[in-house]
Design a protein around this ligand. Sequence first.
Ligand code: SF4
Length: 389
Amino acid sequence: MNKLVLNSESLNNVLENKTISRQETIEIYQHAIKDPRELFSVAHNLRKKFKKETVTFSKKAFFNIVNLCKDTCTYCTYKAEPEDTKLSLMSKQQILELLQLAKKYKCVEALFVTGEKPEQKYPEAREWLKKNGFKSTVEYLTHASELALELGLFPHTNAGNLNFEEMRELKKTNVSMGIMLENVSDRLTERGMPHYLAASKRPKTRLSILENSGKLKIPMTTGILVGIGETIEEIIDSIFAIKQLHQKYGNIQEVILQNFQPKQDTIMKNNPSADENYFKTIVALSRIIMPEMNIQIPPNLSPKSYQSFLSIGINDWGGISPLTPDFVNPEFSWPEISKVDENSKNAGFDLKCRFPIYPEFFSFISKELRDKMSVIEDREGLVKEEYWR
Ligand code: SF4
């Protein structure tokens, strides 16, 4: 049988609910990179089958709690040094004020972000914690999350590699949590590679954090960063690693596919952006590997073409903030929600606002959190229009 027939056969199998192997995925990629039409069409059909005509987003405010970080990823512009003007050490008062503003803007999600274990490396972080009356960043995050809930916002924390106890604590106040897998390749942690100086990004470590989130039944957002020097096998292995975690624990609520964009103040500033055709092929491959998964691309990182991703498998735009920048990609402002709405409609999809937890995972969280959500929740488990428009 020739390769072309095999490719079509494998794709048809996915449509008939059969799983696809790593080797079949590599062969589909090799064909699709020359002619992606068949792959895109199958990805689109799967998306329609499992996600209908809806595309979701989460209306959020981004709380850059502390951007000191003990690691260094060579693509990261989020991380600050104590002397940098972009240093962020939010006080309790600043958090409160931003929460109040977020409520005024009808945000639903409070996204709390920190660097990796800042207090382990920086005296400035230890001083900041002490000044605000906390012993650890996690204790501070717990306080911020409680405050968010009191004001009617729903916390989602991404604070790097938290241990089991820390995650268990944050589960009480966070409807979901996030940590990017980035990639399962050990090669990308070797000297000269993007994760060489980032112990927290060792694949084994990251996978163990995700395993812990599974054991704790935390609805989890994870994802991969595309275009940082990986091979296609490494990307496919990363998507399969996420799939396997989800098969084992059932707690991966969404997969973010993020296309690399070089940042001027980073070591990787001269590396090219992820090629759009390559990125699109990976998006479509993700849909065929995980047909029922919630798959997200950030619209601000593909400002001219994000709506075209709707026809190749995605069903979510992630968090969009009407009031705070994307501190991870500060040069790319989020599109206006009304524009995303219009562009989604033009592509044949209805934009709806979700909570930072997808409805399929509501049973994972406490009754207290569910009761708070029910105030603004519609019959589909999404946010009633009057609470976000
Ligand atoms: S990507 Fe995360 S772990 Fe890496 S340097 Fe930036 S803040 Fe630190």
